[in-house]
Design a protein. Structure first.
Length: 193
């Protein structure tokens, strides 16, 4: 994947980093914090700062430990939070480190480390365009439209069908699940949150 750009959610004023598959027109929008967006943009724009930022400092520490960042992987989206993994190599041994995607991407732009996303994450969360996209706002708007129309029940139904079918979602099974869910609703109580 490559960083297609950093944009801002007009409604929530939240930065969004857009990842694009190296081949094809799949985009993965990830909402990030303002400091991480600044750290990514500063490096992408080639801006030199008089003192190191936190991500520069971390890269210096990694280098002084005779290690290097070999890749970053955005691994999953769980409860509206993206997860990532840094893969460091030290003395020929790979070391995986849990990371926020925003921090991992800020490190990747400083080292030219390749960016990956799990196939499952892309299959479930990427936005695919049939034509070449020149406007980042088009990608953000399509994802926002998806978010505006999705409900928690959509995820619950997909998860139930996915578990029962071993990963395959089938409309016939989905109808059977609805009937079973109605029967189960009489027996179950919701856990307090």
């Amino acid at each position: 994947m490559v960083i297609y750009g950093v944009s801002f959610d007009v409604v929530g004023k939240q930065p969004i980093v857009l990842l694009r598959t190296a081949e094809g027109n799949k985009y993965l929008p990830i909402w990030i914090g303002h400091p991480e967006a600044a750290a990514i943009l500063i490096r992408l724009q080639g801006t030199e700062l008089p003192r190191p930022m936190t991500h520069d400092l971390l890269m210096s520490v990694i280098g002084h430990c005779n290690a290097e960042l070999s890749k970053i992987t955005v691994t999953e989206l769980k409860e509206s939070t993206f997860y990532a993994r840094l893969t460091l190599v030290q003395d020929g041994e790979e070391i995986d480190v849990d990371s926020r995607p925003s921090d991992a991407l800020a490190l990747a732009v400083r080292t030219d480390a390749p960016i990956f996303a799990s196939k499952e994450l892309l299959d479930e969360n990427a936005i695919e365009f049939e034509h070449e996209v020149d406007d980042q706002e088009e990608v953000v708007e399509k994802f926002r439209s998806f978010l505006d129309n999705v409900t928690p029940d959509d995820f619950r139904e997909a998860h139930v069908a996915d578990v029962e079918q071993g990963g395959e979602i089938d409309e016939e099974t989905d109808d059977e699940d609805d009937e079973e869910d109605e029967e189960d609703d009489d027996e179950e109580t919701e856990a307090p949150q």
